[in-house]
Ligand binder design. Structure first.
Ligand SMILES: C[S@@+](CC[C@H](N)C(=O)[O-])C[C@H]1O[C@@H](n2cnc3c(N)ncnc32)[C@H](O)[C@@H]1O
Length: 280
């Protein structure tokens, strides 16, 4: 498969998440390993969000963060590419009793936020790799500009993407035979681009320095970069065992995770990398 002008990667992304459906709603809470992404993101959201205000959850899918933030008293606008996930979000928002806090649920793409005026939001989120699912570099740049444009001055911006080195390690650990699909493996290794077709939606996998560079000089101050799985990356079985059998060790690991997740080594290997900026 190659990337030519007829290659409609957004349709493939939509198809992937439509088929995943409720699986995407469960993803962040399916076990302690997956909760690391959610809990670490929430930890940093709580550190940098203003006390109240209107938040845009762009690429928010089935609405895990929308609902959690609505429960904390924020007003939220949820936008996503995949209508099926927005249907699930509507149900879960009703179920959670936070419908009054969710001001709009919109179908759209993060590279065109023209439905929102400049400086409309007190914080903007784009979490869990929505930005990674934009394959064209120019469109990713546009998405970043849009996310920054709709944030108020001083507002925090949180964007998490999928890390490239973790994908390479995952091939070694989980899918060694896929390394033999040389052109795909080498393209991911050398450019970060994956065109789909082997069990995941088209994606651009980021190196941390690439993520940082893409926000530099854009009218924001970079506050932190965080490896959301950190040192536990791709140690799912071991982390889940720690949680199940060793509660004291688990607490000490969480403390260790928070102390190390901003270390360049931990950021580099993480499956998800979060950048936190403040609009100037
Ligand atoms: C792994 S899910 C993350 C959902 C949510 N942000 C979270 O962290 O739980 C990736 C989401 O990105 C959405 N997405 C992919 N490309 C997008 C685009 N161009 N614009 C908006 N959403 C997009 C998908 O529909 C999906 O909901």
């Amino acid at each position: 498969m190659c990337m030519n002008k007829d290659f409609n990667y957004k349709e493939l992304v939509k198809k992937y998440y439509t088929e995943l459906g409720i699986g995407e709603w469960k993803r962040l809470v399916k076990d302690p390993y997956h909760r690391l992404e959610f809990d670490t993101t929430m930890y940093f959201l709580k550190r940098y969000l203003p006390k109240m205000g209107l938040i845009l959850d762009a690429g928010g899918g089935p609405g895990r963060y929308t609902i959690e933030l609505a429960k904390l008293g924020y007003d939220v606008v949820l936008l996503d590419l995949t209508p099926k996930l927005l249907e699930i979000a509507k149900r879960q928002i009703r179920r959670a009793g936070v419908k009054h806090r969710v001001k709009q649920i919109l179908e759209g793409s993060i590279d065109d936020l023209s439905m929102f005026s400049d400086e409309m939001f007190d914080a903007v989120l784009c979490l869990g790799g929505a930005l990674s699912h934009i394959l064209s570099k120019a469109s990713r740049e546009r998405a970043i500009s849009e996310i920054i444009r709709v944030a108020k001055r001083e507002a925090p911006i949180f964007v998490s993407v999928i890390g490239r080195l973790a994908v390479l390690i995952s091939e070694l650990v989980n899918f060694p035979q896929e390394i033999e699909i040389e052109d795909v493996f080498r393209r991911v290794r050398d450019t970060g681009d994956y065109y789909g077709g082997y069990g995941f939606a088209p994606c651009h996998f980021y190196l941390p320095e690439e993520l940082e560079k893409s926000f530099r000089g854009k009218g924001v101050e970079i506050l932190e970069i965080v490896g959301l799985e950190g040192l536990a990356t791709l140690h799912r079985k071991e982390l889940n065992r720690l949680h199940k059998k060793y509660p004291k060790a688990w607490r000490i690991w969480w403390e260790t995770h928070l102390r190390t997740c901003t270390h360049p080594g931990a950021i580099g290997i993480s499956e998800h990398i979060l950048i936190i900026c403040k609009k100037l």
